[in-house]
Design a protein around this ligand. Structure first.
Ligand code: UDX
Ligand code: ADP
Length: 461
């Protein structure tokens, strides 16, 4: 216990998940002291500054309202562990790049280091909550490590997966479809679970707070991401059929999505899904399936990722074909680099693959994006003189042969395309990887338009 606060909550890992989630908890629960710690000093400095390390609509206001009152950001991991009653863990769990399961299994080294640090610094029993997406049964392994301590301390390990999507994180946290909390079904586990329920009950209606066993909770997070990404891969597969048959994928998606059993969301054909979760979580589940000898299940799930890779390559090939089978020396402007709109995050962004492939074809690239240029520079560090970064889209298109839309930023829907056309080399092309631009209007201006899953509009031939 800690003076004016009824409990100390700590989050280890101040990233895209930990930052917004804990800021929301702090703003809704003034009775708790909420601290975020991270090994990355620069990140913590930025959380304490006016320029937060991540861009997320509405996040600045939530952080500003609570920071210094009951929300704190620190690099002092040891003392904060000692003082915490409940520890949320949201360190990164990337896909393993080495050894058994390389390219597929989750790399749990950061999680295990964190567990050992919790043991080393703790002087009292604590509740530990998994926030990172982890393979099913990780909580059990972590519980074993934590409870092997020789200090006589007891740790309950719970699963509370985060379902927020970037770009809408604050909205998702404010009114979640559900909050899921899994625990062991022992007296101690259920009591620990109730403490987490009590936190969310400050603003989430009781009927949206689900409790379950810990493994179902861990698995549910992976399965939700399989369902969402599988819809995107399905509509992307259909976009390829539409291009061959002159059907229009938007019309197909609308007709299909009006079926209430199917629903309209996650049916936008695109250059492929990106982001830190989808691919990683599917591969994680593929690996788990394989390790249980469920090869057919693994193959079935794996195809969601393979279709996503195919879609990115298909986009590059259609650019190549439309631009007379050579891109060498041509200047191509990428509209957007973030993996989706309203974020500066570029992890697994399809734009990375497409940019690298275009560079292989010896194109020159101009990258423009309202929030992601800092990350784009890191992602394309090897591009040398062949890549330039320009924030203003009107300046970026100057002297370009083509525009390729990578991210569905609203900004790109309302640009003055007449002005843009005038600045470009002719014939000028638009490859709309998100189907967000007014195609007939841009065609009338003079562009050759190549949408996804729709017949092209071209002045050539
Ligand atoms: C996802 C899940 O939505 C979220 O619940 C989970 O916690 C983390 O993973 P996120 O990756 O942040 O969230 O964004 P999301 O909006 O789901 O988009 C993922 C990718 O799919 C983006 O690249 C997006 O552009 C793409 N997408 C989405 C499509 O291509 N078409 C669609 O119809 C929807
Ligand atoms: P996510 O999208 O899952 O939040 P991020 O990479 O944005 O992923 O955030 C994870 C954070 O966890 C990073 O800021 C990283 O520095 C931090 N981190 C990783 N390992 C540790 C650790 N052992 N102790 C504290 N923080 C850590």
């Amino acid at each position: 216990m800690s003076g004016k606060y009824i409990k100390n909550l700590l989050c280890i890992g101040a990233g895209y998940v930990g930052g917004p989630t804990m800021a929301m908890i702090a703003s809704k629960c003034p009775q708790y002291r909420v601290t975020l710690v991270d090994i990355n000093h620069q990140r913590i400095d930025e959380w304490n500054s006016d320029r937060l390390p991540i861009y997320e609509p509405g996040l600045d206001e939530v952080v500003r309202a609570a920071r210094g009152k009951n929300l704190f950001f620190s690099t002092d991991i040891e003392n904060n562990i000692r003082e915490a009653d409940i520890i949320f863990v949201s360190v990164n769990t990337p896909t393993k790049t080495f050894g058994v399961g390389a390219g597929m299994a989750a790399d749990l080294q950061y999680w295990e280091k964190t567990a050992r640090q919790i043991i080393a610094c703790s002087e009292s029993s604590k509740i530990v909550v998994e926030k990172s997406t982890l393979p099913v049964r990780t909580a059990l392994a972590m519980e074993r490590i934590l409870n092997s301590n020789d200090k006589g301390l007891h740790f309950d390990v719970l699963s509370n997966p985060e379902f927020l999507a970037e770009g809408t994180a604050i909205k998702d946290l404010l009114s979640p479809d559900r909050v899921l909390i899994g625990s062991r079904l022992t007296d101690s586990g259920v009591a620990a679970r109730q403490q987490i329920v009590d936190i969310y009950a400050n603003w989430v209606p009781a009927d949206k707070i689900l409790t379950s066993d810990v493994w179902s909770s861990e698995l549910s997070k992976l399965v939700a991401n399989v369902f969402l990404s599988q819809r995107i891969s399905t509509i992307n597969a259909i976009s390829a059929i539409c291009e061959k048959t002159e059907a229009d994928v938007t019309n197909v998606a609308r007709a299909v999505g009006m079926d209430q059993r199917i629903g309209a969301r996650y049916l936008n054909a695109s250059i492929g899904f990106g982001g830190s979760c989808f691919k990683k979580d599917i591969l994680n589940l593929v690996y788990i399936s394989k390790s249980y000898g469920l090869d057919e299940v693994a193959d079935y799930l794996h195809y969601v990722v393979k279709m996503n890779d195919y879609q990115k390559e298909r986009f590059v090939e259609s650019m190549l074909q439309a631009m007379f089978n050579t891109l060498a020396g041509k200047r191509i402007c990428l509209f957007g680099f973030a993996f989706k709109a309203d974020t500066g995050d570029t992890r697994e962004s399809p734009a990375i693959y497409i940019a690298k492939r275009l560079l292989e074809e010896r194109a020159d690239l101009v990258i423009t994006d309202p929030k992601a240029l800092r990350n784009a520079r890191k992602d394309l560090a090897g591009g040398g003189d062949h890549v330039t970064y320009i924030a203003d889209p009107y300046e970026a298109v100057s002297g370009c042969h083509a525009i390729a839309v990578m991210t569905e930023w609203d900004l790109y829907k309302s640009l003055d395309y007449k002005k843009i056309f005038e600045k470009m080399i002719k014939p000028a092309f638009i490859f709309d990887g998100r189907n967000i631009i007014d195609h007939p209007r841009c065609f009338d201006i003079g562009f050759n338009i190549y949408p996804l899953g729709k017949p092209p509009l071209t002045h050539l031939e």
